[in-house]
Structure formats: C-alpha cells, structure tokens
Design a protein around this ligand. Sequence first.
Ligand code: CA
Length: 240
Amino acid sequence: MEENNSKKRILVVEDEKTISKVLEINLLMAGYMCDTAFDGEEGLQKAQSGNYDLILLDIMLPKRDGFSVCREVRKTLSTPIIMVTAKEEEIDKVMGLDLGADDYVTKPFSIKVLLARIKANIRRSSGEVVEFHHPVQHSAGTIVIRGLVIDPENFRVEKDGKEIELTRKEFEVLLILASSPGKLFSREELLEKVWGYEDFFGGIRTVDVTMSRLRSKVEDQPAEPEYILTKRTKGYYIPA
Ligand code: CA
C-alpha cells in the first residue's frame, strides 16, 4: 500500500537518464520518496548524508564505479544497497567481493520484481537486524552437527573448535538447513526464506552462489561436501 512506503526515501544512482527517470516515476508511484544521482561521486556524496532507507546502485558509473561507492558507503552506514548489474559476469564480482551490498538485480529487470525486492530489503533492515524465518524459531539453542556448532543467539559458527566467519546470508542458509537435518530445501524455498522474495527468476543463482561460498568455508573439501549436500537438482540438505 502506498502509505507503507510513503516515508521511505530511496536514492537512485544511475547514469542512464532514461532508466533513472523510469525508476524515479515507478518509485514515486509506489509511494516512495526518490532522489537521483547521475555519477558515482554525486551518488556517494548523497548516500553519505544518511538520508536514505535504501540505495539502488548501478555498477558502471562515471567518475566512480558502483563497487567503490558501495565500499565507501559501508564504512559508515548500513543502509541497504541493491546493486544493479548490466552483465551476468558482474554478479559473481558483486557476490565475491564482499562489498557489503545486500542484494543485486540484473538489467533488464522487471519493475514489479525490483519493487518487491526494495520492499523486502527495507523491511529487513528496519526490523530485526538478523531476521530469521519460521524454521529457525525452533532453534533457540545451539545446534551441533558433528564438528559443526551453530549458535544462533550469538550469530556464531564453529567447526572443530575454530570460528568460521560467515556473512549474514550464509549464516541464515546454514541455520535453516541445520535446523531440519535430513530435510531437503529447494533453492526456491531457500530464496524465499532467506532473501524474502518468491517470483524472481535470477534468484536461484543467488542461492547457488551463496551455497558455494558457504561450502568453501564450512567443508574441508568443498567438491566432496560432507555437511551441505545436493540432491540432484532438487535442492540442498544437511544429512541427519
Ligand atoms: Ca551505468
């Protein structure tokens, strides 16, 4: 509803004027307040004012690219950032760099999907810092699976006594799987639970990328995982 969005301010950093205009119009129609910046310097300056509830950040920008803007903003602010990538190849870079971006979309994107994700990201950031979805509720206590210790309260994972640093998304995925050992979770299911949106086509890839990074941290031999297993193309699970 319009009222829910009316006080939320979104900064659109996009050098292509047509795209920027389309985004601005759609955001206004959805009830958001919208501000625009057309290059990386201007974007960074405006972002650092801290006046926004979410930043939509293009990657290829004049003066300063989106990677650099994102990194700078993250030094001082936790404003949700959705990166806008023009190429598939950029996704791996976004995911791999640990820039602190919360999400990404690939051009061309559907406005409907984009709006859903803006909403999901704002909701998540303005609510609980770490918002877990239903299955996790069961696991008030620490979960131990062989050498793997997952402590949801302290957001901490240890393997064989050594702490493993996970991003929030990696942690949430691991916790969901570990909360129901033996249960198979489809990628769509994980996407919906962890990222909070359903009808998003590129999304499954997000799950796979996160999963492969999670495995590289948790597994001794990621190619032959012993914790996080795949059932053909059906999904992921941790064996009971
Ligand atoms: Ca651009």
